[in-house]
Design a protein around this ligand. Structure first.
Ligand code: ARG
Length: 588
Protein backbone atom coordinates (compact mmCIF):
# COMPACT_ATOMS: atom_id res chain seq x y z
CA UNK A 1 0.00 0.00 0.00
CA UNK A 2 1.32 3.41 -0.87
CA UNK A 3 1.62 5.60 2.19
CA UNK A 4 -0.96 7.43 0.09
CA UNK A 5 1.25 10.46 -0.32
CA UNK A 6 -0.34 12.64 2.25
CA UNK A 7 1.12 15.67 0.68
CA UNK A 8 -1.12 15.16 -2.28
CA UNK A 9 -4.25 14.70 -0.30
CA UNK A 10 -4.78 18.30 0.35
CA UNK A 11 -8.35 19.23 0.22
CA UNK A 12 -11.13 16.90 0.87
CA UNK A 13 -14.31 18.74 1.47
CA UNK A 14 -12.13 21.77 2.01
CA UNK A 15 -10.79 20.38 5.26
CA UNK A 16 -7.31 19.09 5.72
CA UNK A 17 -6.98 15.42 6.33
CA UNK A 18 -6.84 14.90 10.08
CA UNK A 19 -3.77 12.70 9.87
CA UNK A 20 -2.06 15.32 7.80
CA UNK A 21 -2.78 18.03 10.36
CA UNK A 22 -1.52 15.86 13.17
CA UNK A 23 1.58 15.00 11.19
CA UNK A 24 2.18 18.66 10.47
CA UNK A 25 2.02 19.49 14.16
CA UNK A 26 4.47 16.73 14.99
CA UNK A 27 6.90 17.67 12.21
CA UNK A 28 6.89 21.26 13.27
CA UNK A 29 7.65 20.30 16.89
CA UNK A 30 10.55 18.17 15.67
CA UNK A 31 11.94 20.81 13.37
CA UNK A 32 11.95 23.36 16.24
CA UNK A 33 14.36 20.96 17.91
CA UNK A 34 16.41 20.65 14.72
CA UNK A 35 15.32 17.07 14.34
CA UNK A 36 14.29 16.04 10.89
CA UNK A 37 12.51 12.76 10.58
CA UNK A 38 9.62 11.37 8.77
CA UNK A 39 6.64 11.23 11.06
CA UNK A 40 4.73 7.99 11.12
CA UNK A 41 1.41 7.42 12.81
CA UNK A 42 0.02 4.05 13.80
CA UNK A 43 -3.52 3.15 14.62
CA UNK A 44 -3.54 1.30 17.95
CA UNK A 45 -5.25 -2.07 17.66
CA UNK A 46 -7.23 -1.24 20.77
CA UNK A 47 -8.86 2.13 20.18
CA UNK A 48 -9.10 2.69 23.96
CA UNK A 49 -5.46 3.71 23.71
CA UNK A 50 -6.42 6.47 21.34
CA UNK A 51 -6.99 7.13 17.66
CA UNK A 52 -3.31 7.35 16.78
CA UNK A 53 0.00 6.51 18.32
CA UNK A 54 3.55 7.52 17.45
CA UNK A 55 7.01 6.25 18.35
CA UNK A 56 8.78 9.47 17.43
CA UNK A 57 10.19 10.06 20.92
CA UNK A 58 11.88 6.68 20.85
CA UNK A 59 13.14 7.06 17.29
CA UNK A 60 14.63 10.50 17.95
CA UNK A 61 15.97 9.94 21.44
CA UNK A 62 19.45 8.97 20.26
CA UNK A 63 19.89 12.38 18.61
CA UNK A 64 18.95 14.36 21.67
CA UNK A 65 19.96 12.07 24.53
CA UNK A 66 22.23 14.67 26.13
CA UNK A 67 19.12 16.64 27.18
CA UNK A 68 16.83 13.87 28.40
CA UNK A 69 17.27 10.94 30.70
CA UNK A 70 15.04 8.50 28.78
CA UNK A 71 12.78 8.29 25.72
CA UNK A 72 9.88 8.53 28.13
CA UNK A 73 11.21 11.74 29.58
CA UNK A 74 11.65 13.10 26.06
CA UNK A 75 8.11 11.98 25.18
CA UNK A 76 6.69 13.98 28.10
CA UNK A 77 8.59 17.03 26.94
CA UNK A 78 7.18 16.60 23.42
CA UNK A 79 3.65 16.31 24.74
CA UNK A 80 3.80 19.86 26.13
CA UNK A 81 5.16 21.21 22.87
CA UNK A 82 2.50 19.41 20.84
CA UNK A 83 -0.27 20.84 23.01
CA UNK A 84 0.85 24.40 22.36
CA UNK A 85 0.96 23.79 18.62
CA UNK A 86 -2.51 22.29 18.44
CA UNK A 87 -4.31 25.54 17.74
CA UNK A 88 -7.31 23.96 16.07
CA UNK A 89 -7.90 21.73 19.11
CA UNK A 90 -7.66 18.63 17.06
CA UNK A 91 -6.36 16.61 19.99
CA UNK A 92 -8.67 15.80 22.89
CA UNK A 93 -6.27 13.68 24.92
CA UNK A 94 -2.60 13.00 24.66
CA UNK A 95 -0.66 10.57 26.85
CA UNK A 96 2.64 8.77 27.12
CA UNK A 97 2.64 5.00 27.40
CA UNK A 98 5.15 2.17 27.76
CA UNK A 99 8.77 3.02 26.94
CA UNK A 100 7.75 6.32 25.29
CA UNK A 101 4.84 5.93 22.88
CA UNK A 102 2.70 9.01 22.48
CA UNK A 103 -1.01 8.28 22.11
CA UNK A 104 -3.54 10.70 20.70
CA UNK A 105 -7.28 10.84 21.01
CA UNK A 106 -8.88 13.25 18.59
CA UNK A 107 -11.55 15.69 19.59
CA UNK A 108 -15.18 14.72 19.11
CA UNK A 109 -16.01 18.22 17.89
CA UNK A 110 -13.44 17.79 15.25
CA UNK A 111 -15.37 14.79 13.97
CA UNK A 112 -18.64 16.69 14.05
CA UNK A 113 -17.08 19.41 11.99
CA UNK A 114 -15.63 16.95 9.59
CA UNK A 115 -19.04 15.35 9.22
CA UNK A 116 -20.68 18.68 8.43
CA UNK A 117 -18.14 19.32 5.74
CA UNK A 118 -18.58 15.96 4.06
CA UNK A 119 -22.28 16.55 3.91
CA UNK A 120 -22.04 20.01 2.43
CA UNK A 121 -19.32 19.19 -0.09
CA UNK A 122 -20.34 18.63 -3.69
CA UNK A 123 -16.85 18.49 -5.19
CA UNK A 124 -15.93 15.44 -7.15
CA UNK A 125 -12.25 16.07 -7.45
CA UNK A 126 -10.88 14.46 -4.34
CA UNK A 127 -7.13 14.77 -4.55
CA UNK A 128 -4.42 16.37 -6.61
CA UNK A 129 -2.27 13.43 -7.62
CA UNK A 130 -2.71 14.22 -11.31
CA UNK A 131 -2.59 17.99 -11.22
CA UNK A 132 -1.50 19.35 -14.65
CA UNK A 133 -1.12 15.82 -15.95
CA UNK A 134 -2.84 14.06 -18.80
CA UNK A 135 -3.63 10.40 -19.16
CA UNK A 136 -4.99 8.32 -22.02
CA UNK A 137 -6.91 5.34 -20.72
CA UNK A 138 -7.60 2.79 -23.41
CA UNK A 139 -10.16 0.12 -22.65
CA UNK A 140 -12.68 -2.30 -24.14
CA UNK A 141 -11.03 -2.50 -27.60
CA UNK A 142 -13.13 -5.31 -29.11
CA UNK A 143 -12.57 -6.60 -32.63
CA UNK A 144 -14.76 -5.85 -35.62
CA UNK A 145 -16.69 -8.85 -36.98
CA UNK A 146 -15.80 -10.82 -33.86
CA UNK A 147 -17.72 -11.36 -30.65
CA UNK A 148 -17.49 -8.89 -27.81
CA UNK A 149 -15.95 -11.32 -25.35
CA UNK A 150 -15.98 -11.57 -21.58
CA UNK A 151 -12.39 -10.33 -21.75
CA UNK A 152 -13.58 -7.18 -23.49
CA UNK A 153 -16.27 -6.82 -20.84
CA UNK A 154 -13.61 -6.97 -18.11
CA UNK A 155 -11.46 -4.43 -19.93
CA UNK A 156 -14.48 -2.14 -20.33
CA UNK A 157 -15.44 -2.26 -16.67
CA UNK A 158 -11.96 -2.05 -15.17
CA UNK A 159 -10.65 0.53 -17.65
CA UNK A 160 -13.66 2.77 -17.15
CA UNK A 161 -13.19 2.70 -13.41
CA UNK A 162 -9.48 3.49 -13.65
CA UNK A 163 -10.30 6.45 -15.88
CA UNK A 164 -12.84 7.65 -13.30
CA UNK A 165 -10.36 7.25 -10.46
CA UNK A 166 -7.64 9.17 -12.27
CA UNK A 167 -10.12 11.87 -13.14
CA UNK A 168 -11.11 12.22 -9.48
CA UNK A 169 -7.39 12.47 -8.74
CA UNK A 170 -6.99 15.54 -10.89
CA UNK A 171 -5.78 14.07 -14.18
CA UNK A 172 -7.16 15.27 -17.48
CA UNK A 173 -8.43 12.05 -18.98
CA UNK A 174 -8.84 10.84 -22.56
CA UNK A 175 -10.93 7.71 -22.92
CA UNK A 176 -9.96 5.70 -25.96
CA UNK A 177 -11.17 2.47 -27.58
CA UNK A 178 -8.54 0.72 -29.72
CA UNK A 179 -10.95 -1.20 -31.95
CA UNK A 180 -9.50 -4.12 -33.87
CA UNK A 181 -10.68 -2.98 -37.29
CA UNK A 182 -7.64 -3.72 -39.43
CA UNK A 183 -5.52 -6.72 -40.32
CA UNK A 184 -5.28 -9.64 -42.70
CA UNK A 185 -8.34 -11.31 -41.17
CA UNK A 186 -10.45 -8.82 -43.12
CA UNK A 187 -9.28 -10.51 -46.33
CA UNK A 188 -10.83 -13.73 -45.04
CA UNK A 189 -13.96 -11.97 -43.90
CA UNK A 190 -14.43 -10.37 -47.32
CA UNK A 191 -14.02 -13.71 -49.10
CA UNK A 192 -16.53 -15.34 -46.75
CA UNK A 193 -19.10 -12.56 -47.22
CA UNK A 194 -18.71 -12.57 -50.99
CA UNK A 195 -18.95 -16.35 -51.29
CA UNK A 196 -21.53 -17.34 -48.73
CA UNK A 197 -23.00 -14.16 -47.28
CA UNK A 198 -25.95 -12.01 -48.14
CA UNK A 199 -25.80 -8.36 -47.26
CA UNK A 200 -29.45 -7.77 -46.49
CA UNK A 201 -29.67 -10.97 -44.51
CA UNK A 202 -26.74 -9.86 -42.33
CA UNK A 203 -28.02 -6.36 -42.02
CA UNK A 204 -31.48 -7.43 -40.93
CA UNK A 205 -30.33 -10.15 -38.58
CA UNK A 206 -31.06 -9.62 -34.91
CA UNK A 207 -27.34 -9.83 -34.23
CA UNK A 208 -25.32 -9.15 -37.41
CA UNK A 209 -22.04 -9.91 -35.63
CA UNK A 210 -23.24 -13.44 -34.99
CA UNK A 211 -23.73 -13.87 -38.74
CA UNK A 212 -20.27 -12.47 -39.47
CA UNK A 213 -18.70 -14.80 -36.95
CA UNK A 214 -20.33 -17.84 -38.48
CA UNK A 215 -19.17 -16.78 -41.95
CA UNK A 216 -15.66 -16.42 -40.57
CA UNK A 217 -15.86 -19.86 -39.00
CA UNK A 218 -17.06 -21.24 -42.32
CA UNK A 219 -14.07 -19.69 -44.06
CA UNK A 220 -11.71 -21.61 -41.79
CA UNK A 221 -13.56 -24.87 -42.30
CA UNK A 222 -13.51 -24.47 -46.07
CA UNK A 223 -9.90 -23.28 -46.18
CA UNK A 224 -8.82 -26.46 -44.43
CA UNK A 225 -10.11 -28.35 -47.46
CA UNK A 226 -9.11 -25.81 -50.09
CA UNK A 227 -5.91 -23.86 -49.51
CA UNK A 228 -6.50 -21.57 -52.50
CA UNK A 229 -9.03 -19.71 -50.35
CA UNK A 230 -6.15 -18.42 -48.29
CA UNK A 231 -4.52 -16.91 -51.37
CA UNK A 232 -7.81 -15.37 -52.31
CA UNK A 233 -8.04 -13.83 -48.82
CA UNK A 234 -4.53 -12.40 -49.01
CA UNK A 235 -5.45 -10.90 -52.33
CA UNK A 236 -8.54 -9.24 -50.92
CA UNK A 237 -6.63 -7.79 -48.01
CA UNK A 238 -4.14 -6.35 -50.49
CA UNK A 239 -7.04 -4.82 -52.40
CA UNK A 240 -8.39 -3.41 -49.17
CA UNK A 241 -5.03 -1.80 -48.43
CA UNK A 242 -4.87 -0.38 -51.92
CA UNK A 243 -8.26 1.24 -51.52
CA UNK A 244 -10.30 -1.02 -53.81
CA UNK A 245 -13.86 0.30 -53.59
CA UNK A 246 -15.62 -3.04 -53.22
CA UNK A 247 -13.21 -4.21 -50.52
CA UNK A 248 -13.55 -0.92 -48.67
CA UNK A 249 -17.31 -1.07 -48.78
CA UNK A 250 -17.58 -4.57 -47.37
CA UNK A 251 -15.05 -3.72 -44.67
CA UNK A 252 -16.90 -0.53 -43.76
CA UNK A 253 -20.15 -2.49 -43.53
CA UNK A 254 -18.50 -4.87 -41.08
CA UNK A 255 -17.41 -1.92 -38.95
CA UNK A 256 -20.85 -0.33 -38.94
CA UNK A 257 -22.66 -3.56 -38.12
CA UNK A 258 -20.24 -4.39 -35.34
CA UNK A 259 -20.12 -0.95 -33.86
CA UNK A 260 -23.89 -0.88 -33.67
CA UNK A 261 -23.73 -3.97 -31.49
CA UNK A 262 -20.93 -2.57 -29.36
CA UNK A 263 -22.75 0.73 -28.92
CA UNK A 264 -25.75 -1.16 -27.52
CA UNK A 265 -23.50 -2.80 -24.95
CA UNK A 266 -21.83 0.50 -24.00
CA UNK A 267 -25.16 2.16 -23.69
CA UNK A 268 -26.52 -0.61 -21.51
CA UNK A 269 -23.46 -0.53 -19.27
CA UNK A 270 -23.25 3.28 -19.26
CA UNK A 271 -19.76 3.42 -20.75
CA UNK A 272 -18.40 6.33 -22.73
CA UNK A 273 -15.32 7.20 -24.74
CA UNK A 274 -14.08 10.69 -25.46
CA UNK A 275 -11.81 10.13 -28.46
CA UNK A 276 -12.76 10.27 -32.15
CA UNK A 277 -16.28 11.50 -31.46
CA UNK A 278 -16.87 8.82 -28.86
CA UNK A 279 -15.87 5.89 -31.06
CA UNK A 280 -12.21 5.68 -30.16
CA UNK A 281 -9.31 5.44 -32.59
CA UNK A 282 -9.35 1.94 -34.04
CA UNK A 283 -6.32 0.27 -35.57
CA UNK A 284 -7.32 1.33 -39.11
CA UNK A 285 -6.98 5.00 -38.20
CA UNK A 286 -3.22 4.48 -38.17
CA UNK A 287 -3.05 2.77 -41.56
CA UNK A 288 -1.16 5.57 -43.32
CA UNK A 289 1.40 5.72 -40.52
CA UNK A 290 2.38 2.05 -40.70
CA UNK A 291 4.90 2.03 -43.56
CA UNK A 292 6.63 5.19 -42.25
CA UNK A 293 7.03 3.54 -38.84
CA UNK A 294 8.58 0.45 -40.40
CA UNK A 295 10.93 2.64 -42.42
CA UNK A 296 11.85 4.70 -39.36
CA UNK A 297 12.66 1.68 -37.24
CA UNK A 298 14.71 0.19 -40.06
CA UNK A 299 16.68 3.39 -40.56
CA UNK A 300 17.46 3.48 -36.85
CA UNK A 301 18.66 -0.12 -37.14
CA UNK A 302 16.17 -1.12 -34.49
CA UNK A 303 14.27 -3.30 -36.96
CA UNK A 304 15.92 -5.58 -39.52
CA UNK A 305 14.94 -8.11 -42.08
CA UNK A 306 15.03 -11.63 -40.63
CA UNK A 307 16.05 -14.82 -42.40
CA UNK A 308 12.58 -15.52 -43.75
CA UNK A 309 12.11 -12.04 -45.18
CA UNK A 310 9.92 -10.63 -42.41
CA UNK A 311 10.88 -7.43 -40.60
CA UNK A 312 11.60 -7.80 -36.90
CA UNK A 313 12.65 -5.70 -33.96
CA UNK A 314 15.70 -7.22 -32.27
CA UNK A 315 16.34 -6.29 -28.65
CA UNK A 316 19.72 -5.36 -27.18
CA UNK A 317 21.34 -8.43 -25.55
CA UNK A 318 18.34 -10.49 -26.68
CA UNK A 319 16.47 -9.17 -23.69
CA UNK A 320 13.26 -10.25 -25.40
CA UNK A 321 12.51 -12.46 -28.34
CA UNK A 322 12.22 -10.47 -31.60
CA UNK A 323 8.97 -8.66 -32.34
CA UNK A 324 7.64 -8.90 -35.90
CA UNK A 325 6.40 -5.65 -37.46
CA UNK A 326 6.00 -6.72 -41.10
CA UNK A 327 5.39 -10.11 -42.66
CA UNK A 328 7.40 -11.23 -45.61
CA UNK A 329 4.69 -10.04 -48.00
CA UNK A 330 5.01 -6.61 -46.38
CA UNK A 331 1.70 -6.69 -44.51
CA UNK A 332 1.65 -5.11 -41.07
CA UNK A 333 0.76 -6.61 -37.69
CA UNK A 334 -0.95 -5.75 -34.41
CA UNK A 335 2.40 -4.52 -33.04
CA UNK A 336 3.02 -2.23 -36.01
CA UNK A 337 -0.33 -0.60 -35.38
CA UNK A 338 0.38 -0.19 -31.66
CA UNK A 339 3.70 1.48 -32.41
CA UNK A 340 2.02 3.86 -34.85
CA UNK A 341 -0.72 4.58 -32.31
CA UNK A 342 1.68 5.40 -29.51
CA UNK A 343 3.85 7.59 -31.69
CA UNK A 344 0.81 9.50 -32.90
CA UNK A 345 -0.33 9.99 -29.32
CA UNK A 346 3.09 11.27 -28.41
CA UNK A 347 3.11 13.83 -31.19
CA UNK A 348 -0.46 15.01 -30.81
CA UNK A 349 -0.48 18.31 -28.87
CA UNK A 350 -3.88 17.38 -27.44
CA UNK A 351 -2.23 14.72 -25.30
CA UNK A 352 0.94 16.51 -24.29
CA UNK A 353 1.39 17.73 -20.76
CA UNK A 354 1.84 21.47 -20.40
CA UNK A 355 5.57 21.01 -19.84
CA UNK A 356 5.78 19.08 -23.11
CA UNK A 357 6.25 15.70 -21.46
CA UNK A 358 4.53 12.52 -22.63
CA UNK A 359 1.16 11.62 -21.17
CA UNK A 360 0.50 8.56 -19.10
CA UNK A 361 -0.87 5.88 -21.44
CA UNK A 362 -2.73 2.94 -19.97
CA UNK A 363 -3.80 -0.16 -21.87
CA UNK A 364 -6.39 -2.32 -20.12
CA UNK A 365 -5.90 -5.69 -21.82
CA UNK A 366 -5.97 -9.37 -20.72
CA UNK A 367 -2.95 -10.88 -18.92
CA UNK A 368 -2.34 -13.19 -21.87
CA UNK A 369 -0.86 -10.19 -23.69
CA UNK A 370 1.55 -9.32 -20.85
CA UNK A 371 4.69 -10.42 -22.67
CA UNK A 372 3.70 -8.58 -25.81
CA UNK A 373 3.19 -5.34 -23.89
CA UNK A 374 6.58 -5.73 -22.23
CA UNK A 375 8.13 -5.99 -25.68
CA UNK A 376 6.16 -2.99 -26.90
CA UNK A 377 6.97 -0.74 -23.93
CA UNK A 378 10.63 -1.69 -23.99
CA UNK A 379 10.98 -0.62 -27.59
CA UNK A 380 9.13 2.62 -26.94
CA UNK A 381 11.54 3.28 -24.11
CA UNK A 382 14.57 2.52 -26.29
CA UNK A 383 13.16 4.92 -28.87
CA UNK A 384 12.95 7.57 -26.15
CA UNK A 385 9.20 8.01 -26.66
CA UNK A 386 8.07 7.21 -23.15
CA UNK A 387 9.88 6.94 -19.85
CA UNK A 388 9.42 4.12 -17.37
CA UNK A 389 6.04 4.44 -15.74
CA UNK A 390 4.47 6.40 -18.58
CA UNK A 391 3.22 3.21 -20.23
CA UNK A 392 1.13 0.91 -18.09
CA UNK A 393 -0.46 -2.41 -18.89
CA UNK A 394 -3.36 -3.06 -16.53
CA UNK A 395 -3.99 -6.77 -16.90
CA UNK A 396 -7.09 -8.76 -16.22
CA UNK A 397 -7.51 -12.48 -15.63
CA UNK A 398 -9.97 -14.95 -17.10
CA UNK A 399 -13.49 -15.83 -16.14
CA UNK A 400 -13.91 -19.48 -15.34
CA UNK A 401 -17.45 -20.72 -15.52
CA UNK A 402 -18.49 -23.68 -13.49
CA UNK A 403 -19.67 -25.34 -16.68
CA UNK A 404 -16.11 -25.12 -18.11
CA UNK A 405 -14.10 -22.29 -19.57
CA UNK A 406 -15.86 -20.14 -22.12
CA UNK A 407 -14.14 -20.42 -25.43
CA UNK A 408 -14.33 -18.70 -28.80
CA UNK A 409 -12.96 -21.65 -30.78
CA UNK A 410 -14.93 -22.58 -33.87
CA UNK A 411 -17.67 -20.17 -33.07
CA UNK A 412 -18.44 -21.96 -29.84
CA UNK A 413 -18.90 -18.63 -28.14
CA UNK A 414 -20.64 -17.53 -25.01
CA UNK A 415 -22.19 -14.28 -26.06
CA UNK A 416 -21.94 -11.38 -23.71
CA UNK A 417 -25.56 -10.57 -24.38
CA UNK A 418 -26.51 -13.93 -22.93
CA UNK A 419 -24.55 -13.19 -19.78
CA UNK A 420 -26.23 -9.80 -19.44
CA UNK A 421 -29.64 -11.32 -19.98
CA UNK A 422 -29.02 -14.13 -17.52
CA UNK A 423 -27.84 -11.62 -14.91
CA UNK A 424 -31.04 -9.69 -15.33
CA UNK A 425 -33.22 -12.83 -15.14
CA UNK A 426 -31.47 -13.77 -11.91
CA UNK A 427 -32.04 -10.30 -10.48
CA UNK A 428 -35.72 -10.53 -11.40
CA UNK A 429 -35.92 -13.23 -8.75
CA UNK A 430 -35.88 -10.57 -6.07
CA UNK A 431 -37.75 -7.73 -7.68
CA UNK A 432 -40.71 -7.29 -10.00
CA UNK A 433 -39.35 -3.99 -11.28
CA UNK A 434 -37.49 -4.36 -14.62
CA UNK A 435 -35.49 -1.18 -14.19
CA UNK A 436 -34.31 -2.15 -10.73
CA UNK A 437 -33.43 -5.64 -11.93
CA UNK A 438 -31.35 -4.19 -14.77
CA UNK A 439 -29.48 -1.83 -12.47
CA UNK A 440 -28.91 -4.56 -9.88
CA UNK A 441 -27.62 -7.01 -12.46
CA UNK A 442 -25.20 -4.49 -13.95
CA UNK A 443 -23.96 -3.52 -10.50
CA UNK A 444 -23.52 -7.22 -9.71
CA UNK A 445 -21.38 -7.84 -12.80
CA UNK A 446 -19.31 -4.70 -12.38
CA UNK A 447 -18.67 -5.21 -8.68
CA UNK A 448 -17.69 -8.81 -9.30
CA UNK A 449 -15.12 -7.67 -11.84
CA UNK A 450 -13.71 -4.92 -9.67
CA UNK A 451 -13.70 -6.37 -6.17
CA UNK A 452 -10.48 -8.33 -6.51
CA UNK A 453 -7.10 -7.59 -8.07
CA UNK A 454 -7.78 -7.36 -11.78
CA UNK A 455 -5.11 -9.96 -12.65
CA UNK A 456 -6.92 -12.61 -10.65
CA UNK A 457 -8.95 -15.20 -12.52
CA UNK A 458 -12.57 -15.27 -11.51
CA UNK A 459 -14.55 -18.39 -10.79
CA UNK A 460 -17.80 -17.04 -11.98
CA UNK A 461 -20.56 -17.97 -9.58
CA UNK A 462 -24.05 -16.52 -9.92
CA UNK A 463 -24.85 -17.14 -6.24
CA UNK A 464 -21.82 -15.15 -5.15
CA UNK A 465 -22.31 -12.20 -7.46
CA UNK A 466 -25.97 -11.76 -6.54
CA UNK A 467 -25.72 -12.53 -2.84
CA UNK A 468 -27.58 -9.81 -0.96
CA UNK A 469 -25.74 -10.65 2.25
CA UNK A 470 -22.21 -10.86 0.91
CA UNK A 471 -19.50 -8.90 -0.83
CA UNK A 472 -21.58 -8.17 -3.91
CA UNK A 473 -22.94 -5.32 -6.01
CA UNK A 474 -26.52 -5.93 -4.83
CA UNK A 475 -25.38 -5.77 -1.19
CA UNK A 476 -23.73 -2.42 -1.85
CA UNK A 477 -26.79 -1.01 -3.61
CA UNK A 478 -28.99 -2.34 -0.87
CA UNK A 479 -26.91 -0.67 1.84
CA UNK A 480 -27.04 2.63 -0.01
CA UNK A 481 -30.82 2.37 -0.51
CA UNK A 482 -31.24 1.59 3.18
CA UNK A 483 -29.35 4.76 4.12
CA UNK A 484 -31.44 6.81 1.72
CA UNK A 485 -34.66 5.38 3.08
CA UNK A 486 -33.72 6.46 6.62
CA UNK A 487 -32.95 9.95 5.35
CA UNK A 488 -36.30 10.17 3.56
CA UNK A 489 -38.07 9.47 6.82
CA UNK A 490 -36.13 12.10 8.78
CA UNK A 491 -37.86 15.40 9.44
CA UNK A 492 -36.07 18.70 8.68
CA UNK A 493 -32.59 19.05 10.01
CA UNK A 494 -31.94 20.08 13.57
CA UNK A 495 -28.71 21.34 15.06
CA UNK A 496 -26.42 18.74 16.43
CA UNK A 497 -26.30 18.66 20.18
CA UNK A 498 -22.63 19.09 21.03
CA UNK A 499 -22.96 17.43 24.40
CA UNK A 500 -23.55 13.98 23.01
CA UNK A 501 -21.23 11.14 23.71
CA UNK A 502 -19.96 9.53 20.52
CA UNK A 503 -19.56 5.78 20.81
CA UNK A 504 -16.50 3.93 19.58
CA UNK A 505 -18.50 2.33 16.79
CA UNK A 506 -19.76 5.68 15.55
CA UNK A 507 -16.29 7.16 15.78
CA UNK A 508 -14.89 4.32 13.82
CA UNK A 509 -17.56 4.70 11.13
CA UNK A 510 -16.79 8.39 10.91
CA UNK A 511 -13.08 7.73 10.69
CA UNK A 512 -13.74 5.28 7.94
CA UNK A 513 -15.69 7.89 6.01
CA UNK A 514 -12.87 10.41 6.30
CA UNK A 515 -10.43 7.82 4.93
CA UNK A 516 -12.15 8.01 1.54
CA UNK A 517 -9.77 10.37 -0.30
CA UNK A 518 -6.78 8.42 0.96
CA UNK A 519 -8.25 5.27 -0.57
CA UNK A 520 -8.99 7.01 -3.85
CA UNK A 521 -5.32 8.08 -3.93
CA UNK A 522 -4.22 4.53 -3.29
CA UNK A 523 -6.55 3.00 -5.89
CA UNK A 524 -5.64 5.50 -8.57
CA UNK A 525 -1.90 5.52 -8.02
CA UNK A 526 -1.88 1.73 -8.23
CA UNK A 527 -4.50 1.58 -11.02
CA UNK A 528 -6.34 -0.80 -8.73
CA UNK A 529 -10.09 -0.26 -8.23
CA UNK A 530 -10.24 -3.26 -5.89
CA UNK A 531 -8.78 -1.10 -3.10
CA UNK A 532 -11.83 1.09 -3.39
CA UNK A 533 -14.16 -1.94 -3.40
CA UNK A 534 -12.54 -3.34 -0.27
CA UNK A 535 -12.92 0.00 1.41
CA UNK A 536 -16.55 0.50 0.37
CA UNK A 537 -17.43 -3.00 1.48
CA UNK A 538 -15.89 -2.37 4.93
CA UNK A 539 -17.73 0.93 5.09
CA UNK A 540 -21.02 -0.77 4.23
CA UNK A 541 -20.44 -3.38 6.89
CA UNK A 542 -19.58 -0.83 9.54
CA UNK A 543 -22.61 1.15 8.58
CA UNK A 544 -24.84 -1.90 8.83
CA UNK A 545 -23.53 -2.75 12.30
CA UNK A 546 -24.11 0.82 13.39
CA UNK A 547 -27.61 0.64 11.95
CA UNK A 548 -28.32 -2.63 13.74
CA UNK A 549 -26.96 -1.45 17.06
CA UNK A 550 -28.30 2.08 17.49
CA UNK A 551 -31.72 3.62 17.13
CA UNK A 552 -31.48 6.45 14.63
CA UNK A 553 -34.85 8.01 13.89
CA UNK A 554 -36.06 7.22 17.40
CA UNK A 555 -33.06 8.48 19.30
CA UNK A 556 -33.28 11.83 21.06
CA UNK A 557 -30.05 13.72 21.79
CA UNK A 558 -28.07 11.77 19.24
CA UNK A 559 -30.68 11.87 16.51
CA UNK A 560 -29.24 14.57 14.27
CA UNK A 561 -25.66 13.40 14.74
CA UNK A 562 -26.67 9.91 13.70
CA UNK A 563 -28.64 11.17 10.74
CA UNK A 564 -25.61 13.12 9.63
CA UNK A 565 -23.58 9.98 9.93
CA UNK A 566 -26.11 8.18 7.73
CA UNK A 567 -25.99 10.99 5.22
CA UNK A 568 -22.20 11.10 5.11
CA UNK A 569 -22.15 7.34 4.61
CA UNK A 570 -24.62 7.58 1.76
CA UNK A 571 -22.63 10.36 0.09
CA UNK A 572 -19.42 8.38 0.37
CA UNK A 573 -21.01 5.18 -0.92
CA UNK A 574 -22.50 7.07 -3.83
CA UNK A 575 -19.25 8.78 -4.76
CA UNK A 576 -17.29 5.58 -4.40
CA UNK A 577 -19.70 3.48 -6.42
CA UNK A 578 -19.85 6.08 -9.15
CA UNK A 579 -16.04 5.95 -9.41
CA UNK A 580 -16.49 2.24 -10.03
CA UNK A 581 -19.03 3.03 -12.74
CA UNK A 582 -21.91 1.69 -10.63
CA UNK A 583 -25.19 3.57 -10.52
CA UNK A 584 -26.95 3.60 -7.17
CA UNK A 585 -30.69 3.23 -6.61
CA UNK A 586 -32.60 5.47 -4.23
CA UNK A 587 -35.05 2.66 -3.48
CA UNK A 588 -34.85 -1.07 -3.86
N1 ARG B 1 -8.35 -5.81 -29.91
C1 ARG B 1 -7.43 -6.43 -29.01
C2 ARG B 1 -7.98 -7.77 -28.54
O1 ARG B 1 -9.16 -8.00 -28.59
C3 ARG B 1 -7.13 -5.61 -27.81
C4 ARG B 1 -6.44 -4.31 -28.10
C5 ARG B 1 -5.71 -3.79 -26.91
N2 ARG B 1 -5.04 -2.55 -27.09
C6 ARG B 1 -3.91 -2.38 -27.74
N3 ARG B 1 -3.43 -1.16 -27.84
N4 ARG B 1 -3.22 -3.37 -28.23
O2 ARG B 1 -7.22 -8.60 -28.10
Amino acid sequence: MVEADFLYICHYNNTMDKELILKEILSSVLSDLDLVTQVKLEKPADSNFGDYSSNLAMVNFKNISERFSSPKDFANFLVDKIKTKDQKSLIAEISVAGPGFINFKLNGDYYLLELEKIISNKENKLINLGKNKKAIVEYSSPNIAKPFTIGHLRSTIIGNSIANLLEASGYQIFRDNHLGDWGTQFGKQIVAIKRWGNKSEIENAENPVEKLVSLYVKFHEEAEKDDSLNDEARNWFKKLEEGDLEAREIWQNCIDWSFKEFAKIYNYLDIKFTENDGRGYGESFFEKMLQPIIAELKSLNIAKEGKEGATLIFYPNDEFSPLMIAKKDGSTLYATRDLATDKWRLENPRYQNEDGSSPLVINEVGSEQAFYFQQLYRIEEILGWYKKGQRVHVKHGLYRFKEGKMSTRKGNVIWLEEVLKKAKDEAMKFTKDEEIATAVSIAALKWNDLKRKSEANINFDWDEILNLQGNSGPYMLYTYARAKSILRKASPKENINNKIEISLLEKSLLQKITDFPKIVAEASSEFAPHHLCNYLFDLAQEFNSFYNKFPILNSSLERQFRLNLVEATSITLNKGLSLLGIKTLEKM
